[in-house]
Design a binder for this molecule. Sequence first.
Ligand code: NAD
Length: 359
Amino acid sequence: MAHRVTFIPGDGTGPEIAEATKRVLEGAGVEFDWDQQEAGIDVYESGGKPLPDETLQSIRDNGVAIKGPTTTPVGSGFRSVNVALRKELDLYSCQRPCKAYEGVRTRFPETDIVIVRENHEDLYAGIEYEMGSEDAQKLRECISALGSEIREDAGISIKPISVYGTTRIVESAFKYAKDNGRSKVTAAHKANIMKFSDGLFLKIATEIAEKHPEIEFEERIIDNLCNQLVSRPEEYDVIVLPNLYGDIVSDLGAGMIGGLGMAPGGNIGDDIAVFEATHGSAPKYKGQNKVNPMALMLSGVMMLRHLGEREAADRLENAIAEVIRKGEKVTYDMKPTRDDPTAVGTSEVADAIIEEMNS
Ligand code: NAD
């Protein structure tokens, strides 16, 4: 039976890479019943909401979506579609595999890690008080009554980390490890300094690890983790982190595997999963058939595995890996220099991958 999946092309370069991704997903031999929906700046500028209700409903109904990037204009007053999607659909686990395929230009060819980032809590919870505001003053007074002082000229961001949020994210990291044949989970934190937020994260992670003895568990202080990732990346496997560290280490991981054009992702909840690349809409390249579709294609590989289509996922991933290894039919960002005249366009990459799957 065909998989009914919500398909959101997005805006900027999104529609080009989404179309290329759709073609390779179909080329992998899986039947889809695409439910195409809009999101982003184009629908907003034509009078709609950046994240229309029908789009949200479609994802709720289908349980699975693949999405091209969407622009968040600076100062427009519209909330990021991605943040809204994660909140509305309770997609609490952001999963980002970072694998350096042979042929990619990287100083870290042994990298094969998976970042599992908590999506809702931590300093990104949006609980902030502006310097000099009445609320900041009230909070300062409260904190002063508790025996600590905050300077009057300080802005304040609150960092909540809960048992509930940590349990969900750490369980999702162990589930990812089991489902994908991974052998180790590392929890990253700064519990030596933030004893009651990161300390709680570490305590809960350690307790949950005891329930999964078949998967190795270790913990690392976040600064030490960053150091070790760029000196001994082969020692790491699945890494679970609170929101802020997860955000930063995701980009570090993307840099280690050849750049944003290669970094896939999925935002996963209990019943809903939305797959999308780590990168944004790269609007300056819109309509030029230029940018690398592989990050969204590899997000598609994750989606195939999520749908239980493991053989097709392997077929597509192997074909992508082979095109990268050959190094001919790849976009400008994967060539030795960015102005390499042999670089091909977005849709030609899809052609090459489909040809590889059929050979
Ligand atoms: P970006 O990721 O869109 O682009 C930054 C640069 O990275 C580009 O100029 C390009 O040089 C390179 N790049 C990105 N994707 C590439 C690809 N597929 N192939 C080759 N090179 C690629 O980041 P930005 O310019 O900071 O953001 C543009 C817009 O995207 C903003 O409005 C931002 O809010 C939004 N954004 C969306 C998402 C999402 O939809 N998931 C994620 C991040 C940013």
